[in-house]
Design a protein around this ligand. Structure first.
Ligand SMILES: [Zn+2]
Length: 549
């Protein structure tokens, strides 16, 4: 036999097994429903019901005025129990003498055994008695007697019997960054959870309560708020160190009778705080879970999260979890979009580049250097190319004459690849770090020549999205042609952003010819407007390559 504090960290599995435990229900004979008068031996005993209770109008009393043997008690009807399980019993009582608490176990063969679990002294005001015990083998049912066996008076109320057999503990979650996330550890007095703080400001009356019965555990924490006119109140966990840009998932369990709010508090390097609202949840009488993900704000050193009350009402919280979302190493920290123009079409320079410039967006332009002369009026010329560079757009090489490189000898390849680079640097384009294969055609040999020429990356015409691990000599693209719709372009962008990959949108002509590799200025404008509306700033090839592995 031993006595327990209410904060003992057991995993309570049970509801109160006693029916009519507070004796509030009276049956049609005027007795408390499911309760029985018990007496034996030589004594003069009076049973009284109802008398005033602990927190209620009804309790039961037994008074012995003369005594030589036996005992007297109110007892609850036998309850089925499970041998080997641990139970917790409690009640409230007042008495002018010492009383006894004894369990009567009924065995499967119909016999009884008894176990004394307490001998509390007199109590003028209602006192709580609590004990735990394990049900012996072969027991089918039990009752518990809070009894008198001497001259005196005993009043009892608010009985409770629960199966507290420890459930298998949840596997320790080493990824949860919150200390004491389920409030199971309290200070020595059992009155406050370790690693948690109470927060309250504004004009309101807030009461912090600990412990209360938890979600799948013995302890949780509660706040009650009255007289609210401003501010809020919350329990919050000790600061967790984090780094800007990291992604986290947060969850907790709650019960409340009013709307409540979840806010991340980021502690900044200068000691000030930034706040991010991540949720609002409606009242729930049963334990409910809330979860959301968020990204750590710039200049943050640590964070905590408030599940807060800012209305009159009650909020219980439990089972917090904060986990870092480990990123896929092949994914970028954010999705990326690039805009490429191939060949140096004048229509792109005249119709599309001004749309980009209006947004401050930069493009990457792969130039066929042999067309930088007046014999090719459909293409921009050197002064315009230099102006494009001066506006911050990126220039790459795309051979001298736009051949299919895979059909050439090595020396012809070198002439086209190295030669185009020299042509561009000769007119003042610098740096020329990137190359695009005409028709997207490449093989091992062309890749090798491009690499040896000192280009740090090359773009193919293979369709798709780039991961961090994509071959730098064969970056993928999505081709924008006369058949491309805005919905298709939007899908390319959304896919890259959602999947944290990098999509290169490849344009050629931007005009109304309807040529196969032409898109309309309207469609181009629509795509740029969409990027701007999503706060997506296109990256140049250099910016994208710098983020690859
Ligand atoms: Zn081309």
């Amino acid at each position: 036999m031993f006595f327990v504090h209410s904060a003992r960290p057991v995993l309570a599995s049970g509801e109160n097994l006693i029916t009519n435990p507070d004796l509030e229900i009276t049956d049609n004979t005027g007795l408390p429903q499911d309760w029985i008068k018990g007496r034996w031996g030589t004594n003069t005993t009076v049973f009284e019901y109802p008398v005033l209770g602990v927190n209620s109008s009804k309790a039961a009393r037994v008074s012995i005025s003369s005594y030589s043997s036996g005992d007297a008690k109110w007892k609850f009807a036998d309850l089925a129990v499970t041998p080997g399980h641990e139970y917790q019993f409690s009640d409230f009582y007042t008495s002018d003498i010492s009383s006894y608490i004894t369990i009567q176990f009924k065995k499967s063969d119909g016999t009884f055994s008894y176990k004394d679990i307490g001998h509390p002294g007199p109590a003028r005001d209602f006192q709580k008695f609590t004990a735990t015990f394990i049900v012996p083998a072969n027991t089918e049912t039990l009752s518990i007697f809070h009894l008198l066996n001497a001259v005196g008076t005993l009043t009892t109320d608010e009985f409770e019997l629960k199966d507290i057999t420890a459930l298998p503990p949840p596997p320790p979650d080493s990824n949860n960054l919150i200390s004491n996330p389920s409030f199971e550890y309290s200070n020595g007095a059992g009155t406050s959870p370790v690693k948690w703080s109470k927060g309250n400001w504004g004009s309101n009356t807030s009461t912090f309560i600990f412990p209360i019965s938890g979600y799948q555990s013995s302890n949780a924490a509660e706040i009650q708020m009255n007289a609210y006119s401003s501010g809020d109140a919350k329990w919050y966990f000790d600061e967790v160190p984090v780094n800007p840009g990291e992604a986290y998932s947060f969850s907790d369990f709650y019960k409340s009778n009013t709307k409540t709010y979840i806010t991340v508090r980021f502690k900044q390097t200068d000691g000030t705080f930034k706040f991010l609202d991540i949720g609002t949840v409606e009242a729930s009488t049963d334990w409910q879970t809330f979860s959301n993900t968020f990204t750590v704000a710039a200049n943050t050193v640590s964070l905590t999260i408030f599940h807060l009350l800012k209305n009159n009402g009650t909020l219980a919280v439990d089972a917090y979890s904060l986990k870092k979302i480990e990123s896929d190493p092949s994914k970028f920290s954010t999705g990326m979009v690039s805009i490429h123009f191939d060949d140096g079409w004048r229509s792109a320079y005249e119709n599309a580049v001004p749309i980009l410039n209006a947004q401050g967006f930069k493009s990457t332009n792969f130039i066929v250097s042999g067309r930088l002369n007046p014999n090719y009026p459909g293409y921009i010329q050197s002064p315009e190319l230099l102006a494009l560079q001066a506006q911050g757009h990126e220039i790459g090489a795309h051979t001298r004459t736009h051949p299919d490189l895979t059909t050439l000898s090595t020396s012809q390849m070198q002439n086209e690849i190295v030669g185009s680079r020299n042509d561009l640097t000769d007119i003042g384009i610098t740096p020329v770090n990137f190359f695009a294969y005409p028709y997207g055609a490449y093989n091992t040999q062309t890749k090798s020549v491009v690499q040896n020429a000192g280009f740090s990356a090359a773009r193919s015409s293979d369709g798709g999205y780039n991961l961090k691990t994509q071959d730098l000599s064969a970056l993928r693209r999505q081709s924008m042609t006369s058949n491309t719709t805005f919905a298709q372009a939007k899908n390319y962008i959304d896919t890259a952003m959602n999947d944290k990959t990098w999509v290169i949108l490849l344009f050629h002509e931007v005009n109304y010819t309807g040529n196969q590799y032409s898109v309309s200025p309207e469609l181009f404008q629509e795509i740029v407007d969409y990027l701007a509306s999503k706060d997506i700033t296109p990256v140049t090839l250099g910016q994208g390559v710098a983020l690859m592995q």
